[in-house]
Ligand binder design. Structure first.
Ligand SMILES: [Zn+2]
Ligand SMILES: [Zn+2]
Length: 145
């Protein structure tokens, strides 16, 4: 007889064991996060020009958490001119896209270079294949005689 497995995990915020849910954190953390979100929104409503630092000093919210809310659409950056989140690569403050312009430029260049390298590799391979196919044809003709 098998015991039904409870889907449990350790809460990534406080480490407590909890039953897995969509929010991927225990109910205590969900609640405290909700109240931080509410107080953050309330703070921003009154100080909509506040910076990350001011917001964090007032409500205790971390930059990581701010980023999550921005990604989840709970915080709309365009309403708050001085809030920012971090570039995924170099952590420079940005307000749009996932990367700062420098990192975006570098990544695009790297991808282009990779593609070009891959392209010349593919051409080389195709030429090699063509050569070997030609070789086969010659072999077949010879063996057919
Ligand atoms: Zn927790
Ligand atoms: Zn960057």
């Amino acid at each position: 007889m098998s015991v039904p497995q409870l889907m449990v995990a350790n809460c990534p915020r406080c480490g407590k064991v909890f039953q897995k849910n969509l929010r991927n954190q225990c109910s205590d953390c969900s609640h405290s996060l909700d109240s931080i979100l509410l107080s953050s929104l309330e703070f921003l409503r009154r100080n909509h020009r506040s910076t990350n630092e001011q917001l964090s000093a007032a409500t205790g919210v971390t930059n990581e958490q701010l980023h999550v809310w921005i990604k989840e659409g709970k915080l709309v950056l365009s309403d708050y001119p001085n809030l920012y989140y971090s570039c995924t690569i170099c952590a420079k403050p940005i307000r749009q896209q996932k990367l700062c312009p420098e990192c975006a430029f570098r990544i695009n260049r790297d991808i282009r270079e990779l593609k070009e390298r891959d392209h010349s590799f593919q051409t080389l391979r195709r030429e090699k294949q063509k050569a070997s196919v030609g070789g086969f044809q010659i072999l077949e003709r010879l063996s057919g005689v």
